[in-house]
Write a protein that binds this ligand. Sequence first.
Ligand code: PMP
Length: 372
Amino acid sequence: MDYAASTPVDQAVLDIMKSAWQAAGNASSVQNLHGAQAKKKVEDAREKVAYSIGAKPEEIFFTSGATEANNIALLGISQYLKKSGKTHIVSSKTEHACVLGPLEKLKTQGFDMSYSELLPCGMADGPLVLKEITEKTGFVSLQAVNNETGVINPLFEVAEGISGKEILFHSDVTQALGKIPFNVKECGLHMASLSAHKVYGPQGVGALYIREDVQGYISPLLFGGGQEGQIRSGTLPVALIAGFGEACRLAVEEQAVEREKLECYNTLLRNLLDEAGIDYKINGHDYGADSRNWRVPGIMNIHFSGIENEWLLEAIDTVSFSTGSACSAQGDQLSHVLKAMGLDREGASQSVRISFGRFQQKMKSGRSRNLS
Ligand code: PMP
């Protein structure tokens, strides 16, 4: 139950990757047959990735994952922003560490940041984000779905509010792909970051969508063979990319059915907790008739009153779940997301993230200690 951290590779994805790994060929060596075949696999995948988010294939740039995509989006655009005198960036405190990290770096290079206030449910609020915009704002970065709470942000509202203002709009859509219907054009995005291993694809590959008219503004972070339109040099990992493409195709195909299934798991877990008389509270959007539209069902952040999350993790060793994002969990710090939502130390240290997915197994009674 830790699908938000990483997902198992789908069998169809694995099959495609296996044959790609067994074929020789460098996608840049198009003058020979094997290279041309490798290039074809990459371009087929580019089409599938593009289709899954409503982009054009030529707007997709493969990277090593969403971390790199976010770094290119933020650091790669910074020279352009500086030259245009637009050195103010608006974001949110609940962003993933790989957005917050580059933002901190940009602060040391003369940029000013504003982190928009959140609603108590953990959602960014359109008007509150727009309130932070100044004459100097050149960039807004707001994730589509939070990886710790599953809360969905109102990208449309923000896009509408900044349209016509010469502000670039980026979103980390890593946790939205395959979970909600999503289209970069409808959301008014100039850039969007993606990762394969959250959608039953392999670890180590992702992509950055860059709208056609913005591509010229990006300075590369890596220099070398000039692959991916000079934006991301390095030999393309053909098998990983082919797998990512297939994972995106499946994500589109399965999305509606999968969402229903995950809603069932979400309800099932709540019912089990209610029946057992366990004292718990969901952190993040979870109320009101429209709550289904503002959270993904596969990610639940649950506060178990009086129980330290570290203890729970140790006690239940037959099920994988986590104390928060895999990245913040590494530093053994309290979740920056829960803190930004106003939880105190105690609340955050008594909360766990449970996330469901495609190959969810029914829990069997196992070796876990009696928790009552
Ligand atoms: N953004 C979000 C919202 C994520 O959940 C993750 C993965 N934890 C990342 C970025 C980083 O992705 P990757 O592992 O592909 O670098």
